[in-house]
Design a protein around this ligand. Structure first.
Ligand code: GLN
Length: 197
């Protein structure tokens, strides 16, 4: 059984751990470098990306995380976690650093202040029925590199066509919070990706 960590300095850590266990992998929180070394893969939850970056540096996880990503560790970034994985950010504060690895440009808080939070059903080729996406001050993906696969876009409302789920080799990212709806299919998709490596 693979061991998948959940970055546990901010975000819905317990929910992510529970969903990983539900899809049949072992899961543990990651707060220190020694815990990062133990895991085969990692979930980066939502939260606030600049705070998560600072916390990661304070807990001496930032550079070890970058190194693991370069070395090919699978990572599932959700919302702020997607921002942390992105090679480029737009609409962020000047000079905001990311871990990088995912060849996309994301726009922070992209859906606008009037619609801070919303929910919408999303189609995924891998799933037979739509996946209910919960968006909270979410980013969207504005540019995808040539090796990035778009897994889902918004299909109704003012944000129609916006990219909200992507995969770049072993890196998976969603704009929305997959731990909040009790639907473990994306955690299952990630677990399959980890098992397949
Ligand atoms: N707006 C947050 C950021 O820019 C992300 C919000 C979230 O993760 N729910 O980091």
């Amino acid at each position: 059984k693979p061991l998948i960590g959940v970055f546990a300095l901010q975000g819905n850590v317990r929910e992510h751990l529970a969903m990983l266990e539900q899809v049949g992998v072992q899961a543990q929180p990651v707060r220190r470098p020694s815990e990062l070394e133990q895991v085969d893969a990692l979930v980066l939850p939502g939260g606030e990306s600049t705070t998560m970056e600072k916390l990661a540096r304070t807990f001496e996880l930032f550079e070890p995380l970058q190194k693991r990503i370069v070395d090919g560790m699978p990572v599932f970034g959700t919302c702020a976690g997607m921002i942390l994985l992105a090679n480029e950010i737009t609409g962020g504060i000047a000079g905001q650093a990311t871990l990088g690895g995912l060849d996309v440009t994301v726009r922070r808080n992209a859906f606008g202040r009037q619609v801070d939070s919303f929910e919408v059903d999303l189609a995924f080729e891998a799933f037979e029925t739509p996946y209910h996406g919960v968006f909270i001050r979410a980013p969207w993906v504005e540019r995808v590199g040539p090796d990035v696969e778009v897994l889902s876009t918004v299909s109704s409302g003012p944000a129609t066509g916006r990219i909200v789920a992507v995969r770049h080799d072993q890196l998976l990212a969603t704009s929305f919070h997959p731990e909040m709806t009790g639907d473990a299919r994306l955690h299952g998709y990630f677990a399959e990706l980890v098992r397949g490596l």
